[in-house]
Write a protein that binds this ligand. Structure first.
Ligand SMILES: *Cc1c(COP(=O)(O)O)cnc(C)c1O
Ligand SMILES: [Zn+2]
Length: 450
């Protein structure tokens, strides 16, 4: 690929400022060969400036939810900003992105804030935002295989959702997938997805962090390509979440973005999306970011207490928010850079708080998974503390589909999650099939709750 030939360009760059070594996107490389730091995908902004901010907005708007390949995908509708030089025939897409921005105006009113929107990233082919990154990574791999790079398989460690996304996109492309899951730590729905898509699934007797160190070893063999978010191609797809949110708000930036974090790739991605929009003049200010962790897996919260002066990994404890049960996040340095730049806050949720917040949101028509529950709980804390103020507009990132977490939902309403708010539980009422019995249950007052 010559630099002059392409209309737009992107390459990997080392995240260590004093190094800055670059690599072509077609290299099988995840960390810098000089210093071991993570890479980031950098775009040639001069080339992107050939279009004005208005021209980019118009172009993105004209493609949004289009029927025209590959723009059915919210990610590929922003192709020039994501992976400009992949050939159309190598794009592997399942229509990811373009998800609904749920307007929870009734809840916003009850909370006395200016606006509350839940970005439904879990309404996606495999049920989580991981599809947004995986379409980019698998498309690049398909391009590399077409160009003769000897890749035999793609591999990942996962707390459930990454493996579901990788297995599906790899199966669509006809590329073998190898999955490492922590045994007995993911939901049944998450586990059966990669199994159904024909991936080789290994359940390791360890936690996610243990799976991550195994997959790093396995992918030292360059014919097995690493699909975890330490591979910054994933971040490029996930970056489109912030562009889409801004677009859906009429190119207005919200005051706050709240996001649940585990390996901390997604918060880095969201930040980079806003940075890029600002660089290219589509927006003039940045939102503040609240990164939400489960208390049982909160090493970044601990670090935030010292203004990120130091960071110590932990052994994550069991949490209902199983996809963020991570004690040694790979993208921690990227996340800290973003949080500092976006005047960020790190907040935590206990098991009770995350379960209650998910259930409270459900009463406004949502159907929240436990990770979105963590983000909603963090938001509620920031409202009561006064960080989020009266007229502020808040966007919460919902990372997975609640349908993947049926056990969690059932247990909540059966009162099996200790310490939760019983008033939010909604028990099923057994009743004889007679009008007398029904009227008896309804009572003479005929009172209903919202
Ligand atoms: C992966 C995942 C997260 C965490 O994203 P990171 O990039 O690892 O911080 C949160 N929620 C769900 C449902 C996920 O699958
Ligand atoms: Zn370097």
């Amino acid at each position: 690929m010559s630099l002059t030939k392409n209309e737009f360009d992107a390459y990997f760059r080392c995240t260590l400022d004093s190094c800055g070594k670059t690599y072509p996107l077609s290299d099988v490389v995840y960390t810098c060969e000089n210093d071991g730091e993570l890479l980031t995908v950098e775009h040639d902004l001069e080339k992107l400036r050939k279009l004005s901010a208005k021209e980019w907005k118009d172009r993105f708007d004209s493609r949004f939810r289009s029927q025209k390949f590959p723009f059915q995908s919210g990610v590929w509708g922003k192709k020039e900003w994501v992976l400009p030089n992949v050939a159309d025939e190598n794009i592997v897409t399942s229509g990811e992105g373009g998800t609904h921005l749920f307007d929870a105006s009734r809840w916003a009113k009850d909370l006395s804030i200016g606006g509350l929107y839940i970005k439904q990233c879990g309404i996606s082919h495999t049920g989580s935002f991981k599809d947004l990154g995986m379409t980019v990574l698998v498309s690049q791999v398909k391009q590399m295989i077409a160009d003769g790079v000897p890749i035999k398989a793609v591999a990942c460690a996962s707390t459930g959702d990454t493996s579901a996304a990788l297995a599906s996109y790899a199966a669509k492309a006809g590329i073998p997938a190898l999955i490492f899951l922590p045994a007995n730590k993911v939901s049944t729905a998450q586990l059966i997805q990669p199994v159904s898509n024909g991936a080789k699934v290994l359940a390791l007797e360890t936690d996610f962090d243990g799976c991550m160190s195994i997959v790093k070893e396995v992918t030292k063999e360059k014919s097995i390509y690493l699909a975890n978010s330490m591979n910054s191609l994933r971040i490029e797809g996930q970056k489109t979440i912030s562009i889409e949110i801004t677009q859906q708000l009429g190119w207005e930036v919200p005051d706050w973005i709240v996001i649940p974090g585990g390996n901390l790739g997604n918060v880095s991605a969201l930040g980079m999306g806003f940075e890029m929009m600002k660089e290219l003049g589509l927006i003039t200010r940045l939102p503040r970011i609240i990164l939400a962790q489960a208390k049982n897996a909160s090493p970044l919260y601990d670090s935030f207490q010292s203004g990120f002066a130091n960071f110590q990994s932990v052994t994550a404890q069991k949490t209902l928010a199983s996809a963020i049960q991570i004690g040694d996040p790979v993208s921690v340095k990227k996340a800290i850079r973003i949080l500092k730049k976006f005047d960020g806050i790190v907040e935590i949720a206990t098991e009770e708080e995350l379960a209650d917040a998910a259930a409270r949101g459900d009463k406004y028509g949502l159907y929240n998974d436990p990770h979105t529950g963590v983000a909603l709980a963090a938001m509620l804390k920031c409202i009561s503390r006064g960080d989020i103020q009266k007229n502020d507009k808040v966007v919460v990132i919902s990372t997975a589909n609640g349908l993947k977490f049926t056990e969690f939902k059932v247990n909540y309403h059966e009162g099996k999650i200790i310490g939760t708010n019983a008033q939010l539980q909604n028990a099923i009422i057994p009743c004889k099939a007679s009008i007398e019995a029904v009227l008896n249950v309804l009572g003479s007052e005929r009172t209903f709750h919202k």
